[in-house]
Design a protein around this ligand. Structure first.
Ligand SMILES: Cc1ncc(COP(=O)(O)O)c(C=O)c1O
Length: 388
């Protein structure tokens, strides 16, 4: 890309960002959030009791159409509990893509289990189901109904499909493969509230799914997350584990296993209640912003494409994304430097998790697509503040 084109590109993005310094995904609040928070403070029940968390869970459950929704302190804790729910134990292997926020793989280590990295595909940046099937066929043997890694002797217990930047992975195919190999599914839909595959909300395809409401997500509770599941027994177990495994009793403190203090506080849920009421407006704005990027940046098609909604999908367009045709002349770095100089906080895709010091030793398949795309993907500012 010539310097003139690079400047032109950054100026176009700056214009879309209303000629202002812009972060990657800034939240937007108005009177509703302030009112809801004020009410929660005035009630004095700012921790986990008082009914606001129940109200938020109900709104969420209705929106994603899942039987149960359990609010947590963040998406990471929701992932940790989800792994425990499906029975992940020490030395079990959990299949995970390297393109995700590190929390996905960290949660596996919290369980003393082993992350096992699998490749992605370029259509949606999620797990490649065809490669996955061939790989599992070659490395697994069946033992007592489980798929066991022939090399390590460990059970491959679970898989964590990630819906990257809000775009649905090939979730139907992944579910089929997982059923075939008797592998449990934890869907990391942290970025995917408001995204659907064939009209079914993401996070509801597997045994259990999770959402995140971090400040940079499509709706926020400050920090927060949720476990979603249609299974009564898993929901009951989740509620027990996130509340320190306390046996329900009005005054007695008895705990029957190691539990966690992972419940979402009411203050956060109060913010979430006001935010989720506006989700449909937010989704519309996000789609309009995607269309704007698509139109305004079409002239750069010889250097990159703006990532599209995968087929059979409705995406929330959480983070708009450009995929460079190549990284010749260190184009990714040049774009990032120019944009940051102007105060536009573009972000490259995460470094592949398998390359981090504490993940290097874990098993992986041939990650040719991760290698092909790791230096070619950039996220564009996508916050709700951009389109008024
Ligand atoms: C794909 C993915 N998984 C997990 C998480 C963790 O969520 P949280 O930050 O709420 O702990 C995030 C995000 O922040 C994420 O993007």
């Amino acid at each position: 890309m010539k310097t003139k084109d690079l400047n032109n590109l950054v100026n176009k993005i700056y214009k879309i960002c209303n000629f202002k310094k812009t972060g990657l995904h800034e939240p937007v609040f108005s009177q509703e959030e302030i009112k809801s928070l004020k009410k929660s403070i005035q009630s004095t029940m700012v921790s986990t009791t008082g009914g606001v968390v129940d109200k938020f869970e109900k709104k969420l459950k209705n929106f994603v159409k899942s039987k149960h929704c359990i609010a947590t302190i963040n998406g990471t804790s929701a992932l940790h509990i989800s792994l425990l729910l499906v029975g992940v134990k020490r030395n079990d292997e959990v299949l995970v893509p390297p393109f995700s926020f590190v929390a996905t793989a960290n949660s596996i280590l919290y369980c003393d289990a082993i992350p096992h990295f699998v490749d992605i595909n370029e259509k949606n940046l999620g797990i490649d189901p065809d490669k996955l099937y061939k790989y599992l066929k070659s490395i697994c043997k069946k033992q007592n109904g489980y798929s066991v890694n022939k090399k390590t002797g460990n059970i491959i217990r679970a898989i964590m499909p990630v819906h990257v930047f809000g775009h649905p992975a090939d979730i139907e195919k992944i579910v089929k493969i997982s059923n075939h190999f008797n592998i449990k599914i934890i869907e990391d839909a942290a970025e995917a509230l408001g995204s659907y595959y064939k009209n079914k909300h993401l996070g509801t395809f597997g045994d259990v799914g999770i959402l995140s409401f971090n400040g940079n997500k499509i709706i926020t509770t400050g920090a927060g997350g949720a476990i979603i599941t249609n299974k009564n027994n898993l929901a009951k177990k989740a509620r027990h584990l996130i509340a320190n495994a306390k046996i329900n009793h009005p005054w007695n403190y008895e705990h029957d296993q190691i539990g966690f203090n992972y419940r979402m506080p009411s203050l956060n849920a109060a913010l979430g209640c006001a935010q989720i009421d506006k989700i449909k407006i937010f989704l519309k704005k996000k789609k309009n912003l995607y269309k704007k990027y698509k139109k305004e940046l079409a002239q750069f098609n010889k250097d990159f494409i703006v990532m599209n909604e995968p087929i059979h999908s409705r995406s929330n367009f959480w983070l708009n994304t450009i995929i460079l045709n190549n990284n010749k002349g260190n184009l990714k770095r040049k774009i990032l430097i120019s944009a940051h100089k102007k105060g536009i906080r573009l972000r490259p895709i995460w470094n592949p998790i398998n390359t981090f010091k504490h993940f290097k030793k874990y098993p992986k398949m041939n990650l040719s697509n991760v290698d092909k795309f790791k230096d070619r993907i950039i996220n564009l500012p996508s916050g709700l503040n951009i389109l008024k």
